[in-house]
Design a protein around this ligand. Structure first.
Ligand code: MG
Length: 384
């Protein structure tokens, strides 16, 4: 099945999510945002698709790297194609990122699923067809009635439990919020949420990502008293030694690395160094579904969980394909936004959740995204 074409389609869609000066999303006024759809088509007319930010699959990336590696090659030789791109990253002067590799890898998996008439999660493992979700909050803010105080986190946590979530992860306050970071406020928010939801809802914390070792230890000890399930990315992940230092002193599981580069290679180093108790990888961050599976299987080999980072069809497929991931990360969630509202470019949510807190996998062939091609066509900004 030879690849004939690689195409990008950039389009606009309305959203009420805006991004602050540090890249964190918050609710805001409705704006027109941009997204791109990568489409890979074979000579016999099979197609696979993946969504990505337009800059990730911009024309230069498609022209200079992706088309050169893919066109004319067998679409089912995913590992060979992935390594062809991965090898080129070193000489790409930083232009060809793991995020670009992830878009290509997902589109190739989507193509394989559509061509074979099978959902991807069954092709890559097929462990279950529904996954329990944790509600993952947006970062804290300074909006009254939003996530601006420990009590507002507690109120929102109660709402999430009544929606069906059986676990919750807090993202607390980070700059540019005026009082962030604050060890004291983070601990207060965690305590307020624990008090609100009772002892039986698993809770996790993803706080400011640049705490010092000593501040991280203070928070970690507080979380142990509050019976939290894990503690995530509290320090800069470039310092593996700091994570090994912290993991050595705390009983609460440390999960990571999430934002660190290095794909499955860096995850292996973290296991060897004892820098985490639970491994972490997300499809966009480590270069696709294929390397995320390598991280998950690495973790399983060492008797470890691999908690998949982030939402979306690719991450959900991995969660359903493996045994050693407990939760799907659903979000990011905020009191002012309705996560269950279907984005304009889809016909239905890729991660619908029932009242018991389970996200159900789509039976559709491919990644399971029910794409509204008519909407995308009508709102196309450019094709390349
Ligand atoms: Mg995180």
């Amino acid at each position: 099945m030879k690849i004939a074409r690689v195409q990008g389609t950039e389009f606009s869609y309305p959203t009420r999510r805006s991004v602050d000066g540090a890249g964190h999303s918050h609710p805001g006024p409705e704006i027109q945002a941009r997204l791109a759809l990568l489409t890979i088509t074979t000579e016999d007319g099979q197609s696979g698709h993946a969504f990505a930010p337009p800059e990730v699959i911009r024309p230069h990336v498609i022209d200079a790297f992706v088309r050169k590696v893919l066109v004319g090659q067998d679409a089912f030789q995913r590992e060979q194609l992935w390594h062809g791109l991965e090898h080129w990253q070193r000489g790409s002067a930083g232009q060809l990122t793991d995020r670009s590799l992830a878009a290509v890898d997902q589109a190739l998996w989507d193509l394989a699923g559509r061509a074979l008439g099978q959902p991807v999660y069954r092709l890559i493992g097929g462990y279950r067809d529904k996954v329990p979700a944790y509600g993952s909050t947006m970062c804290g803010d300074e909006f009254k009635g939003g996530l601006s105080t420990p009590d507002e986190y507690a109120d929102f946590a109660e709402r999430l439990v009544s929606r069906g979530y059986k676990a919750i992860k807090l993202h607390t306050w980070m700059p540019p919020v005026s009082f962030a970071p604050s060890v004291e406020m983070d601990i207060k928010a965690c305590a307020a949420v624990r008090e609100a939801v009772g002892p039986h809802i698993p809770l996790m914390l993803d706080g400011y990502h640049n705490y010092s070792r000593v501040d991280a230890l203070t928070i970690g000890r507080a979380l142990e008293k509050l019976n939290f399930t894990w503690f995530e990315e509290m320090m800069n992940e470039q310092s593996m030694a700091s994570y090994a230092w912290l993991a050595d002193q705390l009983d609460i599981p440390i999960v990571g690395p999430e934002s660190l580069s290095g794909k499955h290679h860096s995850r292996a180093d973290w296991v060897k160094a004892g820098a985490c108790d639970i491994l972490r990888a997300g499809v966009p961050g480590v270069g696709g579904i294929s390397p995320t599976l390598k991280v998950a299987h690495l973790a399983e080999s060492f008797g470890m969980q691999c908690e998949v980072h982030g939402n979306g069809a690719g991450n959900l497929a991995v969660c359903a394909a493996i045994r050693n991931c407990r939760w799907y990360e659903r979000g990011l969630l905020h009191p002012f936004l309705d996560y269950d509202e279907v984005p304009a470019y889809l016909n239905q949510l890729a991660d619908p959740m029932d009242a018991e807190g389970y996200v159900h996998l789509s039976p559709l062939p491919g990644l399971g995204e029910d794409i509204n091609f008519g909407y995308i066509e009508a709102h196309t900004l450019r094709k390349y």
